[in-house]
Design a protein around this ligand. Sequence first.
Ligand code: URA
Length: 186
Amino acid sequence: MEAIKSAISVCRKCPLYSTRHNVVPGEGNIHTNIMFVGEGPGQEEDKQGRPFVGPAGQLLDKMLAAINLDRTKVYIANIVKCRPPQNRVPEEEEAQLCLPYLRKQFAVIKPQIVVCLGSTAARYIIDCNIRITRDRGTWYDKMGCSFIATYHPSALLRDPEKKKDAWEDMKSIRERLDLIAAQSDK
Ligand code: URA
């Protein structure tokens, strides 16, 4: 993981390097079996070089706590590792150039569950045709891993009505984690 982070820290593959203050490679427990993936760093993340440390991150912390998780138990990363200006959605080319880093992070961590936070993460990781309002909460099993998409915490801050569905998704994630733990006890 340190080698991946070093490569990210000097990356100039896409134009986002020219406006970043810090790269945001991701952080957390590399021995975890669950990863959360967002879209890309925002202003506070760009300042600190850490994922989800702004307002959306504070909500993510609460969502984790609600199912008895915290940052020491999970790994958190993003589709793009550098902040898109004005927090715009990453361009397709930026995402495609950055995705090999995320794939390498998956290869190191080998999570059994990947939670895609919002439609950008879901489209690049699960299926390019995913619609978050329609497909959130559905489990997709591929390559020995279970993938699920839920609302991005920023979407929940904009529209608190969505929190009810997000809570259902978090409960479903907790259930699957428990199932995986029970199976590995056998
Ligand atoms: N939003 C994201 O998608 N990722 C972050 O790291 C912060 C906000």
